[in-house]
Design a protein around this ligand. Structure first.
Ligand SMILES: [Zn+2]
Ligand SMILES: [Zn+2]
Length: 297
């Protein structure tokens, strides 16, 4: 028992140190670009809710580790058994036979496809209380990316990892696409005004995702993709107003005041049946849309 506890403590410490180094590296990059090219120059470096975001960033890998090892692994095994182990082995061999870069590009595409639908499902009424924790802050920067309730991350793993595993990708490729897409997601949350020009039709820009966080009823439930904006275009959820959003957060809701408040918030919402976000309409002024650019659909 003591040995097992020591092993768990060592693993937790290792995960935390590893995550700290990983996050510190990204902090250097994103604090630099947000300082040089801020979308909102008045946004403080240490904004409201940043402490909760940082705490969740460290807490989530620790919570997800056992969930991933047991629940997700069991779900993957169940799904593979359903389609047949032999069929799945043939699928894995076909994927592994591809050149590395094709396999890598396919993993990003398939991962983003499952991630798109995971995100869209989390915007539905019955999962929104969990996802609203991510949307709660009234200011958005790169660290907002890590502001996920642990239940949301569990859902992400169940949707995205199982999708990729069942599609035949190797564990190494699944981990690689997760790292790349997560880094990209940190970028799209950054407080920078970049819209990507014509490339916005292929790659999600920080502007596009900042509109996803806007507290503006014209753009609610839009722009779900993490990396490839064409998923939003194909599935009818793309929005690209001109200018930059002025205000963020969930209309009619007060952001959680602490980490514990953020962790408890979905349970309070379920208990009190406070999932009537769509009944609340608060319109915040946005920039004028020049002809041909506004694509609110
Ligand atoms: Zn969302
Ligand atoms: Zn976001």
């Amino acid at each position: 028992m003591v040995e097992w506890l020591a092993e768990v403590a060592a693993r937790v410490a290792g995960l935390s140190v590893h995550h700290g180094i990983y996050l510190a590296g990204f902090a250097v990059v994103f604090i630099a670009i947000e300082s040089l090219w801020p979308a909102n120059p008045d946004q403080p470096r240490w904004r409201e809710g940043a402490g909760t975001d940082l705490a969740l960033s460290f807490l989530n890998p620790l919570i997800i580790w056992p969930i991933n090892a047991f629940l997700v692994a069991a779900f993957i095994n169940y799904l593979i058994a359903t389609i047949g182990w032999e069929t799945h082995r043939a699928l894995r061999e076909a994927v592994a036979a591809q050149p590395y870069w094709i396999e890598f590009a396919a993993a990003l595409l398939v991962g983003d496809f499952f991630s798109y639908w995971k995100h869209r499902v989390f915007h539905m009424r019955w999962l929104w209380p969990i996802h609203s924790v991510h949307h709660a802050t009234t200011e958005v920067d790169w660290l907002t990316n890590d502001r996920d309730h642990p239940l949301q991350l569990a859902g992400t793993y169940l949707f995205v990892l199982t999708g990729l595993a069942v599609a035949g990708f190797s564990n190494e490729m699944i981990a690689t696409q997760a790292l790349v897409r997560r880094a990209y997601s940190l970028y799209t949350h950054a407080n920078v005004p970049w819209g990507h020009g014509p490339l916005r039709l292929i790659l999600v820009s920080p502007t596009m995702h900042r509109w996803h966080h806007a507290s503006d009823d014209r753009v609610i439930d839009r722009n779900y993709a993490t990396m490839f904006s064409f998923f939003d275009i194909v599935f009818g959820s793309y929005v690209d107003p001109a200018g930059l959003p002025r205000a963020f957060g969930v209309p009619g809701e007060t952001p959680p005041s602490s980490l514990m408040d953020a962790l408890r918030r979905p349970f309070h919402s379920y208990r009190e049946s406070l999932v009537g976000r769509r009944a609340v309409t608060v319109t915040v002024p946005v920039g004028e849309a020049p002809a041909g650019r506004s694509a609110v659909s």
